[in-house]
Design a binder for this molecule. Sequence first.
Ligand SMILES: Nc1ncnc2c1ncn2[C@@H]1O[C@H](COP(=O)(O)OP(=O)(O)O)[C@@H](O)[C@H]1O
Ligand SMILES: [Mg+2]
Length: 337
Amino acid sequence: MNNLRTIVETTLVPHTAFEDATQRLEQCFAYASGASEPICIALVGESRTGKSRVLEECFSRHPRIRNANGLNTPILRVKTPSKPTVKSLAELMLRALGDPKAHTGSENTKTARLLTLMVESGVMMVMIDEFQHFYDKGSHKVMHHVADWLKILVDDARVALVVAGLPTCRAVIEQNEQLAGRFLSPVYMPRFNWQDIDQREEFIAILGAFQESIGQCFDLPRFTGDEMAFRFYCGTGGLIGYLSKFLRQAVWNAIDANSKSIDLSSLLRAHSQSIWAQDGPTGLPSPFDRRFSTEVTDDLLARINKIGVPADEVRIPRNRAARQTGELGVQAVLTAR
Ligand SMILES: Nc1ncnc2c1ncn2[C@@H]1O[C@H](COP(=O)(O)OP(=O)(O)O)[C@@H](O)[C@H]1O
Ligand SMILES: [Mg+2]
């Protein structure tokens, strides 16, 4: 039963953007040693586009190994705390390298210990996820002190640096001349857009890949037919993270019901349990509901594009907001600026 439960999470879809991103990271890794200055790269995209999964994939291709010199850690991977300081970030990195006294010492002693440990552990690449936390959205300020510290750390340790984060994280790089000079152009992880034929096909291929893997254990309707694929698109905003969350729910429900099949009504149920709320940003019934019209209109696509965007970023022009109060639902209108 265990592998049934995790069938969605363990499915890895090597779509084009995923493969491109992985390959760019692998190239940085391969050329890190011997480079005259550190190679830095940013992986940028909205929430749930698959950035962390790319990091994870690259990380798992270069696992820790124990050799004659002790534990070798080719990639040091951490997640930025919500308000990063030099001390907190250094502590996380020390802990990731197995330092039992990660929490002790001043900024300087932690940094010195970290550098020594990075060299001893054979670290070739540092990965920093959730890099947008280096930018304070409230005050619109970059945390320059910790950004400068990171630059010096990768300079001194002569390692490659990969950062991943929401689009706001670009400010951290752009506002720091020295960091900007070291970064290659960013890699973008997209949300798939139905109006772009290539991206639409890519999204449908992803549906096909999930269908194939889940279909090994459950009877499914065909995900990739035009109308069904469009329902999936509308139900997930073209975000792979929402798609996987929704399919995972459908699988859990089928397991709990002792059922070997997932039909349209189970998709509807799983969808409303996992991601859809009619008073959410689209204000529409679920695309798996019979009341949903699958006619492709600009208005529908515009609404679907808001899926996954934090409510405070959903903006509606004032005159339209007044007219659409009923249709769009309370949440979107209350937060529209
Ligand atoms: N290429 C992929 N194949 C299968 N599942 C994926 C893929 N990319 C992302 N996912 C799944 O989507 C969800 C969100 O991905 P994640 O990497 O956490 O997004 P982000 O870091 O951009 O917010 C995760 O559950 C992840 O496993
Ligand atoms: Mg992530």
